[in-house]
Design a protein around this ligand. Structure first.
Ligand code: ADP
Length: 405
């Protein structure tokens, strides 16, 4: 008989940080969470937080991801403050992995064969994939015999038809280089899709949604009969909505013109578009933080007011387009830091949706922060519902599902 999978560790390994969360899947209870910062950089630090407890920071030695994970294991199983007695209690580990390309259309066990397949996808995420896979390899060593599951940011979008996924360029670029739209934030879009189906009391296969993950990075998905048929991010997370530091959609000719005029290399242009654009470039707010931008807009800063309007304009454009593509939405779902918390950010979108018969419930919108609720009026033709996302729980659920076969 297969061992019951109770305790699942979720790992999100980035280049110099590693976030973790431990779940008891009986009742889907989060036991503890935290992160290791400055991996491979002097001054590494572990933050450990028990459910309902204070954050406990600690200086540690973490020259690499394996040492960072060992520190996590020590904290989690600490006799005084830990939540498990030994690492033997951990039944499975779920990993966030950026890119599954067309190889991984679903989460998968990270055995040697699948790890080798992932290594071939590093070209799609040269910054994120090596640390993501490094986390898997470290866990395979530290937790011998414990299964690892990879949960891909791209997987939920792999149901997109060719007409949405392909770019209108010579097909050889797709065939030889894999240049197409993949989409990201898939784990979040999937989590809120499942939650919305439950909220709507409809079977997943009958649910039509426009899901909006609005955070530092933002993306939308058109979900028809429970499956993604289009999404705003593309080959990389640069495309689509106006984001914190990314420009989103832009005429490729504008990119070329800037490169020529400023004599920028492809890498320099990549940095400009991904890290020095978006709200940050438009408003001067560090990291393009939405709270700071809203505060400036409140004080009458024209650049911030315009940036918020650009955000709402582009979001509304995609909501309208996606509503058409899915044949009418059962709900518009908002999530992510902005979607869950920013009344101003949400209002900028909803006030532009009048043609869909949607009206903003101003009081509900002002009230709702980080909890599930409706921000459209009762007589709106389509409800706009805020659903807090939980990507870590989605990874833990997928880990159990995949391992149960
Ligand atoms: P990431 O994409 O890094 O996961 P998040 O989903 O955490 O980002 O979203 C971060 C964004 O959410 C920031 O722009 C932040 O200003 C915004 N945000 C978070 N809380 C609030 C709030 N209470 N009001 C307005 N904006 C908020």
């Amino acid at each position: 008989m297969k061992k019951e999978i109770r305790k699942v560790l979720v790992v999100n390994a980035g280049s110099s940080s590693l976030k973790y969360m431990l779940f008891d899947m009986k009742g889907e209870q989060m036991l503890c969470k935290g992160l290791v910062e400055r991996i491979g950089i002097p001054g590494s630090r572990l933050v450990y937080q028990k459910a309902g407890g204070e954050k406990m920071p600690k200086e540690i030695k973490a020259p690499n991801h394996a040492e960072a994970l060992k520190a996590v294991v020590a904290a989690v199983s600490d006799p005084v403050n830990g939540v498990i007695k030994s690492l033997k209690e951990i039944d499975a580990i779920g990993h966030r992995i950026l890119h599954g390309a067309e190889v991984f259309k679903d989460s998968a066990v990270m055995d040697a064969k699948n790890l080798a397949k992932c290594e071939k996808l590093v070209k799609f995420g040269p910054l994120h994939m090596p640390p993501n896979l490094g986390g898997v390899k470290a866990c395979r060593k530290i937790f011998p015999g414990v299964p690892n599951v990879g949960v891909f940011d791209t997987a939920f979008h792999q149901t997109m038809p060719d007409c949405a996924a392909l770019y209108a360029i010579a097909p050889e670029f797709y065939r030889k280089m894999g240049i197409r739209k993949y989409g990201f934030h898939g784990t979040s879009h999937k989590f809120v899709t499942l939650a919305a189906a439950k909220w709507l009391k409809k079977p997943l296969k009958k649910v039509n949604l426009v899901t909006c993950h609005l955070g530092n990075g933002s993306s939308m998905a058109a979900v028809k009969n429970g499956e993604v048929i289009d999404t705003t991010m593309g080959l990389t997370p640069l495309a689509g909505l106006v984001m914190g530091t990314r420009c989103g959609d832009i005429d490729a000719a504008a990119v070329l013109a800037i490169m020529k005029e400023k004599k920028l290399s492809p890498d320099e242009m990549d940095t400009l578009l991904n890290k020095k654009s978006g709200f940050q470039a438009l408003t001067g707010c560090e990291g393009g933080d939405c709270r700071d931008m809203c505060a400036k807009a409140d004080k009458g800063d024209i650049a911030s007011i315009t940036a918020l309007e650009m955000f709402g304009h582009r979001c509304a454009l995609y909501v309208g387009g996606y509503n058409t593509l899915i044949g009418g939405a059962d709900a518009i779902v908002m999530t992510g830091g902005i979607g869950e918390n920013s009344s101003e950010g949400r209002a900028q979108i909803v006030k532009r949706l009048g043609a869909l018969g949607i009206k903003l419930d101003k009081a509900a919108n002002a009230r709702l922060h980080g909890t599930l609720g409706v921000i459209s009026t009762k007589d709106s033709k389509i409800p706009v519902v805020v659903i807090p996302t939980n990507e870590e729980l989605m990874i833990a659920r997928d880990t159990v599902r995949v391992l149960k076969g």
